[in-house]
Ligand binder design. Structure first.
Ligand SMILES: [Fe+2]
Length: 243
């Protein structure tokens, strides 16, 4: 199934998630997004990442998990004019300005929106490694090369207890570092920007892999789009990388 659907359709049926997901039904009547944030179409078909992630997982993950986070973020931002006007990265860098009643919801759902937006962007490729250039140089300089990056990133991914993410962060000089976060936290909350990251929640892999996170983490490298990741690296150096 192609992911190029109207935005109104993409957010359809979020309230009916369990029934629709369990039965594999078409989502019920559309519920328009109301608020500053929206769920973008995937940049590829649901089966584009079959080398690591099955099409059904891709659809459920994007439509319902990410979609719900967008809807919940918009709900949490209602009535907060200052935060509501900010782009997503600045929302996450200004969580202390959220009301006490909404801060946790904005953190969880805004973080989830940023994490998943990045996650979809960097996949859809065929793995391998970056072309020679600033990104490859940074991987060699800061992380010990591609083999060391994979080994350390996979180990970090396995060290996350429960749900969370593994990331490579990038600064304005293009320097890289490995890190992890629990839940839907994002390094933007600490003023750091993300080059790439992997979703370690069970919803990201359970249909195909069940409890075998290591297998999922290992296969994930097969669907990375290194051109997209290199573009993010360049954007970070230019100061234009957002989420
Ligand atoms: Fe996820």
């Amino acid at each position: 199934m192609n992911a190029s659907l109207p935005r109104r359709t993409l957010l359809a049926g979020l309230a009916a998630l369990p029934a629709a997901a369990a039965l594999g039904q078409q989502a019920p009547a559309p519920q328009p997004a109301t608020g500053p944030h929206s769920l973008a179409a995937l940049p590829y078909a649901f089966d584009a990442n079959e080398a690591a992630i099955d099409a059904r997982t891709m659809e459920l993950h994007w439509r319902f998990h990410h979609g719900a986070q967008v809807a919940n973020l918009n709900t949490a931002l209602r009535g907060q004019e200052e935060l509501g006007r900010l782009p997503l990265d600045e929302v996450l860098m200004n969580l202390p300005r959220a009301s006490d009643a909404t801060r946790t919801a904005i953190r969880n759902n805004g973080g989830g929106h940023a994490n998943h937006t990045m996650f979809w962007e960097i996949m859809g490729g065929r793995g391998g490694e970056p072309a020679a250039g600033p990104l490859m140089e940074a991987i060699t300089r800061d992380l010990g090369g591609m083999g060391e990056l994979r080994n350390r990133f996979n180990a970090a991914s396995m060290s996350v207890f429960g749900s969370g993410w593994a990331f490579v962060t990038v600064d304005r000089e293009g320097r890289l570092a490995l890190t992890t976060r629990p839940n839907q936290d994002n390094p933007l909350m600490d003023g750091q920007r993300v080059l790439m990251g992997n979703d370690l929640w069970e919803h990201a892999y359970y249909l195909r892999y069940q409890n075998r996170r290591a297998e999922y983490v290992g296969n994930w490298w097969n669907v990375l789009d290194w051109q997209k990741i290199a573009a993010r690296h360049e954007a970070a150096r230019q100061g234009t990388l957002r989420v």
